[in-house]
Design a protein around this ligand. Sequence first.
Ligand code: ANZ
Ligand code: ZN
Length: 850
Amino acid sequence: MSKYPFESIEPKWQKYWDEHKTFKATEDEKFPPEKRMYVLDMFPYPSAAGLHVGHPEGYTATDIYCRYLRMNGYNVLHPMGYDAFGLPAENYAIKTGTHPKTTTNANIEHFTQQIKSLGFSYDWDRCVSTCEPDYYKWTQWIFLQLYKKGLAYEAQTPINWCPSCMTGLANEEVKDGKCDRCGAEVTHKTIRQWILKITDYADRLDADLEGLDWPESVKAMQHNWIGKSTGAEVTFTVADKDGKPTDNKLTVYTTRCDTLFGATYMVVSPEHKIIPEITTAEQADAVKAYQEAAAKKSDLERTDLAKDKTGVFSGSYAINPVNGKLIPIWIADYVLISYGTGAIMAVPAHDDRDWEFAKKFNLPIIEVLKSEVDVQTQAWTQDGIHVNSEFLDGLNKADAIAKMLEFLEEKKIGRKAINYKLRDWVYSRQRYWGEPIPLVHCPDCGTVPVPEEELPLKLPEVKSYQPTGTGESPLAAIDEWVNCKCPKCGKPAKRETNTMPQWGGSCWYYLRYLDPHNDKQFCAADKEKYWMPVDLYIGGAEHAVLHLLYARFWHKVLYDIGVVSTKEPFQRLVNQGMITSFAFQRKNKTLVPVDEVEQREDGKYYEKATNEELEQIVAKMSKSLKNVVNPDDEIKAYGADSVRMYEMFMGPLTMSKPWATQGIVGIHRFLEKVWSVSEKPMADIDITGKLEDKALISARKTFAQTIKKVTDDTATLNFNTAISQMMIFINELSKLPEVPKAMWSDFVKVLSPYAPHLGEELWEKLGNKESIAYVAWPTVNADFAKDDTKQIVVMVNGKKRDTFEAAPGTADDVLKETAFARDGVKKFTDGHEVVKVIIVKDKLVNIVVK
Ligand code: ANZ
Ligand code: ZN
């Protein structure tokens, strides 16, 4: 009996698939629309570290599903590519002078070799890399479409700035307020930026989530990020020093206009433009000092509920429009300039922040919602019937809001308003390794787009990748690149030197896969119609907001200009769980690297140096804990099929789970067992008819259950339970002296999406010449899967007295005899005259006695 030869069969089949282009996808019209499936993985950033065990988790899941679909008669598009621009390659270039392209391409090559070694069924001819000019040509083209629609604009905004590195930093490069590279305190610097008007799409991005088959948690995160808020704008009149109305107005945004009778003061943000007009001479110095202090704080510091409230009185009052009362206008940094109107009416009785502020500065607190607490000692922020509110008294929240809105509209001082937390997207980076923004600045014509026929606007070669220190990208230092002719008037002009963020390329890559070699269009319309939308998208939960929101935004813009046919890009989304590892901690909760730990005879773990007993915990894989699992090592030791199956067997796809060496060993043993079953004699037994042999009947039942369960579980991505069922079946087959070939060949088919190399090899061993990849998925007679005993109920004079098990189709006289022999029945029949016995086959024995 030969050993399971994974070392030889895995490269053999990878070569076969490559050479035969087994998984090449074409737009074949003989497949009706419902039989076309686009299954997408989140493409990786090709880091120097190579593949992580987390990558194969999602990739294996989509691969199993794709292979399953192909065998079920679907035309499947399953591509892979690289999100290739990014900071690590650029930082490496700054340190070593190696061109980011060189590093990136070497990493891509390594990744490709690693991914191929796992046997995934990608159509490699469609592979894209976002840093290639024939790819980013179209990223630039899409940017220009946004620009032409007025969705890209220039503005001054603050960025993270490292004064020591003299460069702008991405948010991801700032850790705890310090520069990730040098540790210096990060400051803010206001510089010119290109910004995308994603806020124009806020409403659709929010509403269209409803039609998507996405995890509820991801939808909720997007809803929160967009932060749709429905309320009202209410305009207050500022009073003069005698309390008389002036022409000066102050508009607030409120979600509770119904609480207006409880508004006892107003607050404007320290950046509000009304401040010079309302600040009195006595208050001027205090206001100025306060504004300067607030400028130094972050939004988070300012709005933190736990933070002590600060503020300063402006010296002026406004008139509350419902009761004519004068209420003071304060300036405080808990009100943000970037939300609503940058001003609020404060209702301290029913809002926590307002309450704290009122307490601190001794401002009046008026209860307007019937409260279960004393609002002088605590805010009441729950619902309540209106009180102290004249025409609203006795009303609930909804009715009171409606009535107040009516009142405000009639007086022309208020209207319904909607606000979003979503902010426009700062789209420029002061970096080298990104797509150049294809715009030209002309002294006469202003901003002029680079003509589309001149795209791609290629990244020029630079001598130094170090940012310039002025907040401009290294491109700004290349005069021959910066200086150009205005595409409109031909006079000397300058190129935009900012580049795009890494999100740009990943916003639309799923569309380029559809037509990756087209140099006339980003994607041909017929191909787009053929495949879109993406039917299943699998990736990590860390992309719940940014990538998925940005891609949806771009997709909607492309939809609006008529170049894509669906409103949403990704119909179904599944987040794979994180693969963690084991780690060990001391009593004081500090962690010990795994190579300093040993398991002793008592089964417990000890730190080698100190003999302290350690607690085993689950933790994220990390270099410092030395618990990072390298997929290459695992493939080498157990084979790609074992790695794939183990990752699917660890637990439900969407759950986080720790990698365990014993686990992969167990899966490997299972595949060895599969191999050894394939070495047994194969018997030509007709398994569709009546069988005599008990072991065969039982094997057929397990077989039928296995085909059914693997079919159902694969279709629903419940791969772990499908694998368990395959294990049960293999155990049963191992016991048979010879294997019914019909069962074996069907089992090989359902195994093949999970362990595709082994699947192909066993299929070939069965005498087949073609790949198993497109062989029809098996079906079985469902009756064989049924339990082979029936529950027979015994009734005496219409009352249930007992039950027993019998084989299906058991003869009537056997059922009758068994029924009369049951203890539960005898009690009621012994000594009685039997009048009648009625038998319902496989179900019931009904005895009538006198
Ligand atoms: C009066 C009021 C009474 C409020 C009450 C709340 C409760 P969301 O739901 O997040 O949209 N607000 C408005 N603009 C603000 C700004 N720029 N900075 C800080 N706070 C601001 O929250 C809207 C509520 O947040 C608004 O409704 C306003 O306070 C406050 F019992 O107005 B409310
Ligand atoms: Zn010009």
